[in-house]
Design a protein around this ligand. Structure first.
Ligand SMILES: [Zn+2]
Ligand SMILES: [Zn+2]
Length: 176
């Protein structure tokens, strides 16, 4: 059922934002960083025992690719949300202790939604589409509550929106 998988799908959608090359690099890092770590530091007389080095190497090999993927995600997500990609990517890279990334997740703007009439980008507060001027606030024609464009039934009165409400442009119920 769609309700069950929705959360999972959304997370997968977010992950799909990260391009394949970044996943490949992260995978390489996962393998190479521990090897490099152990090879370089095992010559250091002050280094911990070999077992300790391997454990630290694996930790670094997990941590650094994750950090890298987060930065790539910030870069792509900022563009999708109409935010400054360069500035947010630089903040994510250079602000220490991942504070730039945390700041990004706190301050990022909501995803723009698309106008159901012309497909232009709109924002949550918009009452009318900036491109085609059509009304973006959809109402159930039985109870007059505001409803979502992808609602198939009115959540307030159960009215079947797709068939009876002509003010709804394209609810497109997914038929299985
Ligand atoms: Zn429009
Ligand atoms: Zn209703």
């Amino acid at each position: 059922m769609p309700v069950k998988t929705e959360k999972h799908t959304r997370f997968a959608d977010e992950l799909r934002l990260i391009p394949r090359w970044a996943w490949v690099l992260a995978g390489l890092g996962l393998i190479c960083i521990p090897i490099l770590f152990v090879t370089v530091l095992s010559h250091d007389p002050k280094a911990p025992s070999f077992g300790g080095l391997v454990a630290l190497g694996i930790l670094a090999g997990l941590f650094m690719p994750c950090y890298f993927l987060l930065i790539v995600y910030v870069n792509h997500d900022a563009g999708r949300r109409g935010m400054n990609r360069v500035i947010w990517t630089l903040l994510a890279i250079f602000v220490p202790n991942a504070l730039g990334i945390i700041l990004y997740f706190l301050l990022r703007q909501p995803l723009p939604s698309l106008c159901p009439h012309c497909g232009a980008r709109t924002q949550s507060g918009y009452g009318y589409c900036p491109k085609c001027g059509k009304n973006l606030t959809l109402h159930c024609n039985r109870c007059q509550h505001a409803v979502h464009a992808d609602d198939v039934y009115c959540p307030y009165c159960g009215n079947a929106l797709s068939s009876t409400d002509s003010s709804l442009p394209a609810p497109q119920p997914q038929q299985s």
